[in-house]
Structures are given as C-alpha cells and as structure tokens.
Unconditional design. Structure first.
Length: 151
C-alpha cells in the first residue's frame, strides 16, 4: 500500500450555535488540511498521484469555497446580515466544527476522483479533527448489530 499526503493552508471564520463556550462567538482560524491519498499500485509515473493533482483538485476548491469566508450553519441568524453587507459566507447543514470541515473536504476530494482515505484539519497548532470513511467490514458489522437489536 502506498500513500501521499498534501498539506493545504487556508483561513476561515465560524461560530457554533447551541454551544456554551467561547466558540459560540464569531472568530477565525488559520487552518491546515492534510489530504491523504492511497493506492495499492503506482501509476505510470511511479506515483500514487502527483502532489500537484491534489493541489489542483482540493486546494482550488478550498480556495474558492472556504478560504477567507465565514462558514456558518444555514439557520445562523448572522447569515442574512453578512450577505446584505456583501461578506463571503459558506453555508453548511450542521455546526461548522473542524469535524464538519474535515468531512466536507474529504467528500470534495472523493467526488473529484481522488482515492482519498483521510482528511485531517488542524484548527489550531494543537487541535485537529480527522475524517475517513469506515471500512466496509466496519459498516457490515454495524449493520449486523443494528439488525440483531431491531427486534
């Protein structure tokens, strides 16, 4: 098994609704996203993939959609005032936690055809979240235990 990881830096603002901590207030982060791509065989260039491919696919999307934007939950009361002011906003269905951003970037990378296995987003130098899809055997075990307990 081979893997490569590309780091991408971006800045964003957010706040968390229904949260009783300082992150309930609008604030910003200088984030680093690590995108790991994995394969069992190297391509014709003897690579998992070119780092520039990850950059082109993922960094271009992050720069266009997330970088220097307020990432807010769709029902956040700040959405409309910020839009009226012409401020850039990116909306998500759940609280824009670092876990949410890791999953969002993973989904974008996968939808673009990259064999992504893991995305880690560092919100601060000491705090990060990772998203990876569960392996098929974990999904099968979860489905089996749900079926057993559903009587």
């Amino acid at each position: 098994m081979y893997s490569v990881t590309k780091r991408i830096e971006f800045c964003y603002g957010h706040r968390l609704l229904d949260y009783d901590g300082v992150c309930k207030h609008p604030h910003g982060h200088n984030a680093i996203a690590e995108i790991e791509v994995r394969t069992t065989a190297l391509d014709e260039r003897d690579m998992v993939c070119d780092f520039s491919d990850i950059k082109r696919v993922v960094k271009d999307w992050v720069d266009r959609e997330l970088d220097h934007k307020m990432i807010l939950r769709r029902d956040d009361p700040l959405v409309e005032p910020l839009r009226v002011l012409g401020e850039p906003v990116y909306l998500v269905d759940s609280n824009p936690t670092v876990e949410c951003l890791a999953q969002l970037i993973h989904q974008q990378a996968k939808a673009s055809g990259l064999p992504v296995v893991r995305v880690t987003v560092w919100e601060t130098p000491s705090s990060y979240a990772t998203y990876s899809e569960p392996s098929p055997d974990v999904v099968a075990k979860a489905s089996a235990s749900t079926a057993i307990g559903s009587d």
